[in-house]
Write a protein that binds this ligand. Structure first.
Ligand code: ATP
Ligand code: MG
Length: 224
């Protein structure tokens, strides 16, 4: 299978860089790469939000905030370039052609953001479309997609299996702006729907057993 893996920056860098997680995940990916092709996208996490928040206070515009958020996500991505060693492309891919070329050379591409105006969720879904991925795997700081934001609504219910249309309905109201917290941003949901890309959303626990997730053993949400 060709798999696009998005790891929320929130998992990589919450209060500090989670070195053990990065090493663990990289080891799993190297092992699974014998039978699958992986493309990895890493989000911005706390470091991006710190800079975005400061620059917002300073009065900078949204495009400026996005550009700085992209830089932060690339810093997070470079952690995986380091941990994957010779298995990874030598530098963070800044566009999809670079990522696909890496695959053709048997290297694992790692990306952060690409362009201002959309989040790394959108990058991941567009990349999935561009490379014809069989699966988009998204790991985040919640254990799946809920009918509404579980951090704001204690009565939110986790959904086991939903359609792309349902996902879009759930996330449609959320803003795709630098630093917002969305389980998948609306632009990403639209792209996943138009290309009917099978998607699985899981939490941090499952990131420690990616093989099981690929075998359908997970407590997250499947979107198809
Ligand atoms: N319907 C929903 N189901 C699940 N989570 C939701 C939903 N709507 C909003 N959220 C929020 O989305 C958050 C996950 O997105 P967040 O942007 O914080 O993490 P990430 O995308 O993994 O990290 P990063 O953006 O740094 O890469 C959750 O903590 C939750 O509060
Ligand atoms: Mg996010």
């Amino acid at each position: 299978m060709r798999i696009v893996l998005k790891i929320g920056g929130s998992l990589v860098f919450k209060d500090k860089i989670d070195v053990d997680l990065i090493k663990n995940v990289s080891k799993q990916i190297v092992s699974l790469s014998k039978t699958h092709e992986f493309l990895i996208v890493i989000g911005g996490g706390a470091i991006a939000r710190e800079y975005i928040g400061a620059l917002k206070d300073i009065g900078k515009d949204d495009t400026f905030l996005d550009i700085v958020g992209i830089e932060a996500s690339r810093l997070n991505a470079s952690l995986f370039i380091g941990a994957l060693g010779e298995h990874a492309a030598v530098e963070v891919s800044k566009n999809f052609n670079h990522a696909l070329s890496a695959i053709h050379l048997d290297k694992i591409p790692v990306l952060g953001g690409t362009h201002p105006g959309h989040t790394t969720d959108a990058v991941s879904s567009m990349l999935s479309e561009f490379v014809g991925a069989d699966l988009f795997l998204r790991f985040t700081n919640v254990d799946g997609v809920y009918d509404k934001d579980p951090r704001k609504h204690p009565d939110a219910k986790k959904l086991e299996k939903i359609s792309h249309g349902q996902l879009l309905e759930i996330v449609e109201g959320t803003k795709a702006k630098a630093g917002v917290n969305t389980v998948i941003d609306p632009l990403a949901a639209k792209i996943l729907k138009r290309s009917n890309i099978k998607t699985v959303v899981c939490g941090k626990d499952e990131l420690l057993s990616i093989k099981a997730v690929l075998e359908g053993k997970h407590k997250g949400t499947e979107i198809s």
